[in-house]
Design a protein around this ligand. Structure first.
Ligand SMILES: [Fe+2]
Ligand SMILES: [Fe+2]
Length: 342
């Protein structure tokens, strides 16, 4: 602790000049861009929710679907609180100016997501209740770790992509019209948050040795295992809403592989999910727990599980995040058109 200006201080005077290469400098500039975009794309949560509710004459959900929607989105609401806390932890602890700015703007976005989701759920007749064990275990894992790389990997690259997948699927199926429109706003923000993980995780990974990188993959496998457990717990609710849980998993995996590959590529490393025993075992568990129509029978199901263990190619359908950036949204400065990628 600093006493009267002597001793240690938490002010990092070296925060301006921490990059060690042009590549790192480029990625940090992108982090600063996340902050500036967050500012220009900020939307008024109270006004947008009110407007959507008026436009659709209140929430419109079939009575037999209401409880399932509440259950899934109450998990999302507490997940937004966790994201708010985690991005605040990162805003405090990340040192380079640009990364700190990006985490700070994320905390600002997550606060908005949390209160908007709470207000939406109240419209649906929800009374705040505790989380179930599976989603709480997933969020606690990332909240409680002191390792900043684990936090970025767990929140920005894994949990954010799960949320994006659920948002996209609920929007496409128009499970409830107010929520479907609201999701466009959430998706624009969350896609930016994945960007912080993609741009800054490589800096932290660059300081790790092989053993530490291996330990991080074990952490990743734990996150995946809890996410899989959560998906299994929510399976009946997904089915009520007409959502295929296996489709959610496959779509999510696609986004995660693209985000992780980009982070690894920045270090000149190849992210090969199949070379990682922990991760490929989980992919095998996916085949066993969530068989597709073709693999529902025990024989094909086991064959699919073994194929996952040996390693299957991941299909390439372009950038799976482009869809989230393409939504036009109403910001406080007027309509912000969707981003069209070159
Ligand atoms: Fe969020
Ligand atoms: Fe987020």
């Amino acid at each position: 602790m600093g006493i009267a200006g002597f001793g240690n201080t938490k002010l990092r005077y070296d925060m301006f000049d921490l990059e060690s290469s042009a590549e790192e400098a480029r990625r940090l500039t992108k982090c600063a861009g996340i902050y500036h975009k967050g500012q220009s794309l900020a939307w008024d949560g109270r006004a947008i929710l009110k407007e959507l509710i008026q436009e659709h004459g209140g929430v419109q959900i079939e009575p037999d679907k209401r409880e399932s929607l509440k259950r899934i989105f109450s998990i999302i609401m507490w997940g937004e609180l966790a994201a708010w806390k985690i991005s605040s932890q990162l805003a405090d602890r990340l040192v380079p100016l640009e990364a700190k700015m990006a985490a700070t703007s994320q905390a600002f976005d997550e606060a908005r997501h949390f209160y908007v989701m709470h207000d939406y759920l109240v419209e649906l007749g929800y009374e705040p209740d505790k989380l179930e064990r599976a989603p709480q275990a997933l969020l606690d894992l990332v909240l409680d770790t002191d390792n900043l790389a684990y936090k970025l990997l767990g929140m920005q690259l894994m949990i954010e992509t799960i949320a994006l997948t659920i948002f996209q699927t609920v929007r496409e199926l128009r499970v409830e019209p107010v929520l479907a429109e609201l999701m466009k706003y959430f998706e624009r923000d969350e896609a930016r948050h994945v960007g912080l993980g993609v741009q800054y995780l490589p800096n932290l990974m660059g300081e790790m040795n092989r053993r530490e990188l291996g330990a991080m993959l074990t952490f990743q496998a734990k996150v995946l295992a809890f996410a899989l457990w959560e998906n299994k717990v929510l399976e009946p609710d997904y089915r009520v809403l007409g959502i295929d849980p296996r489709h959610v998993l496959d779509r999510c995996r696609q986004k995660q592989v693209v985000a992780l590959s980009e982070a690894y590529a920045a270090l000149g490393m190849e992210f090969d999910q199949q070379k990682n025993v922990a991760v490929s075992s989980l992919m095998a568990a996916v085949e066993l727990l969530f068989p597709t129509e073709e693999t529902r029978a025990p024989g094909p199901r086991l064959r699919a599980a073994f194929a996952a263990l040996r390693g299957m190619p991941v299909s390439d359908e372009g950038d799976p995040f482009a869809v989230h950036r393409a939504h036009a949204i109403k910001t406080q400065g007027g309509i912000a058109p969707g981003e069209r990628d070159a």
